[in-house]
Design a protein around this ligand. Sequence first.
Ligand SMILES: NC(=O)c1ccc[n+]([C@@H]2O[C@H](COP(=O)([O-])OP(=O)(O)OC[C@H]3O[C@@H](n4cnc5c(N)ncnc54)[C@H](OP(=O)(O)O)[C@@H]3O)[C@@H](O)[C@H]2O)c1
Length: 262
Amino acid sequence: MNAPILVTGGTGTIGNRVVPLLRAAGRNVRILSRHPRPNEPGIEHVEGDTVAGNGLQPALKGVDTVLHLAGGAKGDDIAARNLAEAARSAGTSHLILISVVGADKMPIGYFRAKAAAERAIAESGVPWTVVRAAQLHDFLLPLMKGLARMPLTPAPRGLRFEPVHVGEVAARLAELALAEPAGRVADIAGPEVLDIPQLLATYSDFHGHRHPKLPIRLPGALGRAYRAGENLAGPGAQRMMCSWGEFLAEQSAAAHTASAIG
Ligand SMILES: NC(=O)c1ccc[n+]([C@@H]2O[C@H](COP(=O)([O-])OP(=O)(O)OC[C@H]3O[C@@H](n4cnc5c(N)ncnc54)[C@H](OP(=O)(O)O)[C@@H]3O)[C@@H](O)[C@H]2O)c1
């Protein structure tokens, strides 16, 4: 029997890359999202809303493993509590959550909700795995595009990121979903720690738009947390391979191929 793996957020940036890996490993996948989609061989789509708590029981039927990737700006704590409760009732044997590096330290609602989500999973009574990931390259790219357009680029001092490639995050998640519950595992982050001027300099190598920087100081608790590196992975993190420059080169090559075909 090939019990499906339930992937919440299987339609998102990360989920889109995880689902084919689970299929390649021979597993059937059930994707829960808020919008109906046609099924494909080995991939069933079910409608549900993790925050509203709709559709979770039917989605969990016959499922042993749940990979919880659904997330948004608000409500990740509520979603995790809803899913944890439904998974406990359904007798799920492994619940995996993607969280964010610095979840328990950064004074931002999104991070606090992720920390609460981690607790909900750990206290669910369902065997679990939690992995925290750094920001994806794909998350930083639109920010850099926006900053690069400004005639004077604000560069908050001490604001650093460890961008990581979506494919490498997806591979780790697939590995965790196919393994035994492991509790909190090592954070995953990219190979470099880069501040805004460094991110922009590499972006400009590919796209031009080199403008003067305006150093600014982020105020308050948020500024202090970023300057202290509370959003950065610790020494025990799993460092992935793909650099920011390699990601931008990949993007440029894809854009050239698309324009050559189009
Ligand atoms: N991107 C990053 O840099 C990053 C870094 C660390 C951790 N994470 C975490 O990784 C997870 C996936 O990130 P991503 O970048 O792939 O996100 P994304 O591209 O924004 O996709 C979000 C996914 O969540 C689903 N979703 C959102 N709200 C939902 C709800 N109420 N009920 C059911 N499904 C819902 C969406 O499905 P539909 O729209 O089809 O309903 C979509 O598949 C998130 O939990 C995020 O917080 C992301």
